[in-house]
Design a protein around this ligand. Structure first.
Ligand SMILES: Cc1cc2nc3c(=O)[nH]c(=O)nc-3n(C[C@H](O)[C@H](O)[C@H](O)COP(=O)(O)OP(=O)(O)OC[C@H]3O[C@@H](n4cnc5c(N)ncnc54)[C@H](O)[C@@H]3O)c2cc1C
Length: 498
């Protein structure tokens, strides 16, 4: 096993473009295979969307906050004989979510199978039997979609043909919403079990029912929050990379992938510096790789233009000089509208007047991220991506005010006058900072026709090039992108000669 040094003399060199969770996991897996590994990241820190802002005494995670399937992180430490738990403590979250409805009712989601059944029985007793059947289906989907197909490469039509019977058998051609409606009658409860696609950038009425695996995944592995925030998990991974000789070049942007003799041969950075490599692994947004980093004959512009992209996100971090101790760690605030609101977010060209929101209050689990007696939040509104042509310089302040008013009315009474610090990100920032095509929050959307073989392949269009991250198979979300690196590893291992 390679330790501390940079691999055996003459070890082949891998360059990884981008240090999101997908790139980090890919770098570690390539290192474990014995490669010398260099990661090039355009931002000043690693983590990608799992970004942290330190501001006025508050630590704001600005990306993922719901950590599921933590065993995928354990695996990365175990590759090098280490344990995740020696470097970061994962705290259980209770409840997993609280979901607020416009009519004043709320649903306490999780934090165990028993608590879920009790919550369903109290909320919509007639739906308990249907809920039990829905969970059986969720488990079956998990076993096929996550355990069997998730970590398998899908770069050949034959692999898709092999998987097709299972996808059809479990209704993968339907949408999550349509599947859930077959089991649950209560309209509000239907939303509770249909909203998960939004967490990976999908319209619940268009996302493949395969993603109805998420409720079972949560029950099997739990919902966690790292002590010190998601940033603490990123720091632990950075330590692992550095301890095992992975080189990081931060604040450098790859401007193109070099090709020689029809094979990936390295990368060129902004400013013209070249890093030769035997293998290139791109964690930069997959459509961006094809549209901007690859040379003409191999880029796939038709595919890039034709695809549907996930929605954009408006993220507002704010700190207050008082706290709201009764507010849960994860609160989802739904408005009156559901389907028309979703259509407006995915197809419309305006910021919705009545956004539905996700509110993150880490103080519910971890007191270390804000000054004592105060609260640090981030609130997230799904919005149209940049294809909608919204002028975000004008729209952002209006949306910010709308959101804070809504929060004050429904969750944080007395909020006005207590905000002491804030910052926001719009889809424009996603495009600028992460080079995310159309400023999409989660790359291309998780529809059936953009999943598995139909998503960007982990095996690139030229030998020696691999792709990982949200736009590739199996897709977005932290468990998804960590799995893209497992798929990449199996492909890379097949071409590795030692
Ligand atoms: C606000 C928000 C909340 C979320 N919440 C959750 C959650 O609670 N749970 C969950 O599981 N998922 C969540 N997600 C989804 C999850 O965070 C993402 O799907 C995942 O982190 C994306 O990882 P990635 O590997 O695709 O890369 P990214 O995080 O997108 O990182 C890619 C990196 O590549 C860099 N890069 C791009 N181009 C270049 C270049 N040319 N040269 C050098 N570097 C480059 C970028 O700067 C970036 O750092 C959330 C996402 C967002 C945005």
């Amino acid at each position: 096993m390679p330790r501390d040094g940079l691999g055996p003399p003459g070890a082949q060199h891998v360059v990884v473009i981008g240090a999101g969770f997908g790139g980090i996991a890919a770098a570690l897996r390539a290192r474990r295979l014995g490669y010398q590994v260099t990661v090039v990241e355009r931002l000043p820190a690693i983590g990608g969307r799992a970004r942290v802002f330190q501001q006025d005494g508050f630590t704001f995670d600005a990306g993922p906050t719901v950590i599921t399937a933590p065993q995928l992180f354990d695996e990365l430490f175990a590759l090098f004989g280490e344990r995740l738990s020696d470097h970061v403590e994962l705290l259980p979250v209770r409840p997993w979510y609280r979901i607020l409805f416009a009519d004043g009712r709320h649903f306490e989601y999780g934090s165990s199978a028993e608590e879920m059944r009790a919550a369903v029985a109290a909320f919509a007793p007639d739906d308990l039997a249907g809920y039990d059947r829905l969970m059986q289906r969720s488990r079956a989907l998990y076993e096929v979609g996550f355990d069997q197909l998730g970590a398998q490469p899908f770069h050949t039509a034959r692999s898709m043909l092999r998987a097709l019977p299972a996808i059809i058998r479990f209704g993968g051609y339907r949408s999550v919403s349509s599947l859930v409606a077959g089991f649950i009658r209560d309209e509000a409860l239907r939303k509770v079990f249909s909203l998960q696609p939004l967490l990976i950038g999908g319209h619940p009425f268009r996302t493949s029912a395969i993603y109805a695996l998420i409720p079972y995944l949560e029950q099997k592995w739990g919902v966690w929050f790292p002590r010190g925030g998601t940033g603490a998990l990123v720091s632990a991974l950075e330590g692992l990379m550095v301890r095992h000789g992975i080189r990081l070049q931060l604040g450098r942007t790859v401007s193109r992938i070099l090709v020689s003799g029809g094979r990936a041969a390295g990368v060129e950075l902004d400013g013209g510096v070249r890093l030769p490599a035997d293998i290139v692994i791109a964690n930069s947004d997959a459509p961006h790789v094809h549209a901007a980093l690859l040379p003409d004959p191999v880029r796939r512009m038709r595919q890039v233009d034709r695809m549907n992209y996930s929605m954009g996100l408006f993220v507002l971090c704010f700190g207050t000089d008082r706290s709201w101790p009764d507010v849960a760690h994860h609160t989802i605030i739904l408005g009156e509208r559901w389907r028309t609101l979703l259509d407006e977010i995915f197809d419309g060209d305006q910021v919705p007047n009545d956004p539905s929101l996700y509110l993150h209050r880490p103080a519910a689990t971890d007191a270390s991220l804000q000054p004592p007696g105060q609260d640090g939040f981030y609130v997230l509104a799904p919005v149209p991506n940049l294809r909608a042509g919204i002028d975000w310089d004008r729209a952002a302040p209006l949306l910010r005010n709308r959101i804070l008013k809504l929060l004050e009315e429904r969750v944080l009474p007395g909020l006005s006058g207590h905000i002491v610090t804030e910052r926001s990100m719009t889809p424009q920032d996603f495009a600028h900072d992460y080079l995310s095509r159309h400023g999409a929050g989660f790359s291309v959307a998780p529809t059936l026709l953009q999943s598995a073989f139909f998503r960007f392949h982990n095996q690139g269009p030229i030998p020696g090039l691999y792709l990982v991250g949200a736009g590739t198979h199996p897709g977005a979300g932290v468990p998804g992108v960590l799995t893209t690196a497992k798929v990449m590893e199996s492909l890379l291992a097949a071409e590795t000669v030692h």
